[in-house]
Design a binder for this molecule. Structure first.
Ligand code: IMP
Ligand code: MG
Length: 177
């Protein structure tokens, strides 16, 4: 059965302006931390991180390369689908490189922990994580979150790359249904 289409626009949790300000702050902090370290490899986690990565990367003042992985950890809608899968791998070889994983949201942390373990095994010079949003009180792993944009309540959020059944990704703000 098709899922019901929600007609009402999601209500604003984090405005476009607030996201912009925070992304700018994160970019400054990251640029400071990596200044003089050489090239940084940004790894975006498809599909949710594409908007955040685009905005963040263009504000960084350190030289970057950009690559993507696709992971799948949830089924349709907002239900957890259990195991994490690597659906698309990197094209770049990250051995010896400074790597920053860019992710839209951390809920239980299993998705990010899985990815970090895969990348760590490839011997990057360093590996850090940058997540735009973190759901309060939900983390079930000890994955290190080096840069966090916003702590948010335990609600299903959409927009700015985040989806509900592949919809709402292109909303300029983060909202709740
Ligand atoms: P985790 O493995 O439980 O940390 O889940 C992380 C992944 O679940 C994210 O990369 C998202 O794709 C998805 N996810 C978790 N919560 C939300 C949400 O509120 N909105 C949209 N996607 C979410
Ligand atoms: Mg994601």
């Amino acid at each position: 059965m098709p899922e019901p289409a929600s007609d009402a626009p999601p209500s604003v949790l984090i405005s476009e302006a607030a996201i912009g300000r925070r992304v700018e702050e994160l970019a400054r902090q990251i640029s400071r931390d990596y200044a003089g370290a050489g090239e940084l490899v940004l790894i975006g986690v498809l599909r949710g991180a594409f908007v955040f990565l685009a905005d963040l990367s263009r504000r960084l003042t350190v030289p970057c390369r950009v690559d993507f992985v696709a992971l799948s950890s949830y089924g349709h809608g907002s239900t957890s689908g259990g195991a994490v899968r690597l659906v698309m791998d990197l094209r770049l070889n990250i051995a010896g490189n400074h790597v920053l994983v860019v992710e839209d949201i951390v809920d239980s942390g299993h998705t990010l922990a899985y990815l970090v373990a895969i990348l760590q095994a490839r011997h990057p010079a360093s590996l850090k994580t940058c997540v735009l949003t973190r759901k309060a009180g939900r983390l079930e792993t000890d994955v290190a979150l080096d840069y966090v944009g916003f702590d948010i309540p335990d609600r299903w959020v959409v927009g700015y790359g985040l989806d509900y059944s592949d919809r709402f990704r292109t909303l300029p703000y983060i909202g709740v249904l």
